[in-house]
Design a binder for this molecule. Structure first.
Ligand SMILES: Cc1cc2nc3c(=O)[nH]c(=O)nc-3n(C[C@H](O)[C@H](O)[C@H](O)COP(=O)(O)O)c2cc1C
Length: 224
């Protein structure tokens, strides 16, 4: 498929934050501007925040929730993470950050994070008093040390308590810029050494053209 979307295969993990209700907005933007193909893993709690059948309407394949997988994709923690060009957890609860920081694998999403052959992008979302807890900050620090990437959080309005409250989480616009950054950095790391090791050769057709000086039009051909 010829497309200008930079990420060929995005694996999106969704954990049980109230911010999962913004998933349709994320998926619309990711499909429009970032990823050619998206597969989604949801935790049990995430499926109670937003129905997998709603999420399903935004992606081409059924949402993965079961560690045992499906007939078509058994052991999804291995298959999906090998398939993915980029693996992002959006939103990431305090719980999934803690599991990932400690290598706990007790459901499909946490097992996939542990099985992932490459670092993962986390988009934490939670109440400020959860975020400020030393335990959460220790886990974030550990994840960074382990090479994972954490999206910045912004102050957003949350309705978790039944009234307007302050929440912290990623927002689609900035999350997308950071996903671009991570993908480009990874591609650069993968291809840069090879690219600079091979001397650049101008295509034959270009070599024969006269050089143009910037800003100056080529001299008109002489006429008899
Ligand atoms: C309405 C509601 C909203 C919640 N929002 C968040 C949240 O934004 N961030 C968070 O870390 N936990 C939040 N929680 C708590 C998590 O759902 C809980 O810790 C759960 O065990 C997370 O499971 P998971 O990480 O496996 O999805 C919320 C709970 C409820 C009931």
């Amino acid at each position: 498929m010829i497309t200008s979307l930079p990420c060929e295969r995005l694996l999106l993990g969704v954990s049980g934050s109230i911010h999962a209700v913004h998933l349709p907005q994320y998926l619309t933007q990711l499909r429009r501007e970032f990823a050619q193909e998206i597969r989604v893993i949801m935790t049990d709690t995430a499926t109670r925040m937003i129905s997998p059948s709603i999420v399903r309407t935004y992606v081409e394949e059924p949402v993965f929730t079961d560690l045992m997988g499906t007939d078509a994709i058994p052991s999804p923690h291995i298959r999906l993470t090998r398939w993915a060009q980029l693996f992002a957890i959006l939103p990431a609860t305090a719980g999934i950050l803690a599991k990932a920081a400690h290598g706990i694998a007790d459901d499909l999403l946490s097992t996939a994070i542990l099985a992932s052959p490459q670092p993962v992008v986390f988009g934490p979302a939670m109440n400020p008093s959860m975020w400020e807890k030393p335990a959460v900050q220790r886990n974030v620090e550990q994840l960074r040390k382990d090479g994972h990437y954490l999206l910045p959080m912004q102050e957003i309005t949350s309705v978790t308590t039944g009234e307007f409250d302050t929440g912290l989480g990623p927002v689609p616009e900035t999350a997308l810029t950071h996903l671009w950054h991570v993908l480009m950095r990874r591609m650069r790391n993968e291809y840069w050494e090879e690219a600079i090791a091979t001397p650049a050769a101008a295509p034959a057709a270009v070599k024969s053209l006269p050089l143009l000086t910037a800003g100056r039009a080529p001299a008109p051909a002489a006429t008899e």
